[in-house]
Design a protein. Sequence first.
Length: 279
Amino acid sequence: MLEFTSHPYEGTLFDEDDNPVEFKGWRTDFLTERAIEFMSRPTDEPFYLMVSYLEPHFQNDMKRFVAPDGYAERYANCPVPPDLRSEPGDWGLELGDYYGLCAKLDENLGQILACLDERGLTGDTIVAFTSDHGCHFRTRNSEYKRSCHESSIRIPLVFQGPLFDRRLVVPEPVSLVDVPATLLAAAGMDVPPVMQGRSMLGLLDRQVDDWPEEAFFEISEAEVGRGIRTDRWKYSVFAPEADPRKDARADTYIERYLYDLYADPYEQVNLVGRAQFRQ
């Protein structure tokens, strides 16, 4: 919604009653200020707060990434990830702004965590930081996402708070579908049996023996696509005859990508069609 009703330094948001709220100033800063106002209210009641930043998303109507003033210049000579620099795309024009957006977002997250500290809520509050997709800067298709590649589907997922008070990187494949179940379990609530995801809490203590070895993903809007990723392999298919704006699924899919992530972590060699990988 924000990408259609606002720009980086001005725009319109909507409150809980759908009333328009105009703002001027950096969009991320404005949302952070509202979040801090909410957390600073005088109450002893538990709360759930979701802060949905648009940044570092592409500003669609401006057809570019737009960092805050002065931020893109900080990253003008930043290192370029190997999976970008070996492919055509517009990362040369956009990467500095993208990194600048990420840096500003990190500052705002720091303000939210500082507010929790100041109010004495850090020890009682679970914070989950994640995103819905990454960005490959048109190196894999004509847009910035909606592909099976790591730069598109591998996203940050960090928890802080009670039960997450340790520095641990979980090696198992997890997905956004597992986040709601994890938050419910961490809050001491039952996870509904109809919920597809699983709580990740058992992974923290290395007490889960039956965790799946794969994660599934789908690609929508640009195509009707499906994929699976394991520790070593990634396999993706799509339905070229299906209409991604109308069809949620298809009866027939065509192989599109197969990558050996051990041998080819930057996904440069598509193995689809090679006889030695068929069974």
